[in-house]
Design a protein around this ligand. Sequence first.
Ligand code: SAM
Length: 214
Amino acid sequence: MPPSLLSLLTPLVPEHTKVMGKEWADARRAANVARLAATLSTALAGRTDITFELGCGHGHWLAAYAAAHPGEFCVGIDLITHRVERSVRKQTLGKLDNVIFLKAEATEFLEALPPAVVLRKIFILYPDPWPKKKHHKHRFIQASSLDLLAQRAAAGARLHFRTDDADYFEWTRTLLAEHTAWNLKTETTWPFEQTTFFEERMTAKRDLEAERVP
Ligand SMILES: C[S@@+](CC[C@H](N)C(=O)[O-])C[C@H]1O[C@@H](n2cnc3c(N)ncnc32)[C@H](O)[C@@H]1O
């Protein structure tokens, strides 16, 4: 079904629907992807690459980054509506025309990204660490999500990851080191400092940098 038709069907799959199950979840995901694809085809028209922040929270970091890097087009996404609204406010107040913030789930966003657009830089700052072992499966960084990011990343693209959590740091370091599409750097340079909402509440900064294997 073409995306335009699917987006017309979006209202048929309301967020509050309580009918759970795979069919429902698949339909909701397809509708989300179609809606995002429609938004992105307009917002990214004519663009070939973006700087991407996954889980932008309140947008402190990416709004400041975009202001300091007018030559890059930046996209920040987050799952939580009020965080995205705060991010959009920063974009508006700063009159920034090189950044957009969207409410989106990351794997859905990557699926919806127009084929002509690649990720040039990827930033993930203070992702939820899910500290309990039984919850590790909820961590965003998994071999499968590194696959998805690699599929949409340009050759030579950089992935920058920052966490306060020692265990999540080791987890991500190991997965990046084992992944054939990512080359984990031994020396890490954090490209731009701007304290994020969560960083203010953390005591440690642990950084990783990887390059998309050409
Ligand atoms: C701990 S917060 C950090 C926010 C921000 N980077 C900061 O440092 O202030 C993690 C954020 O990632 C978002 N997030 C988690 N999983 C996500 C996903 N699959 N797609 C998009 N955002 C996600 C959450 O909604 C949350 O706002």
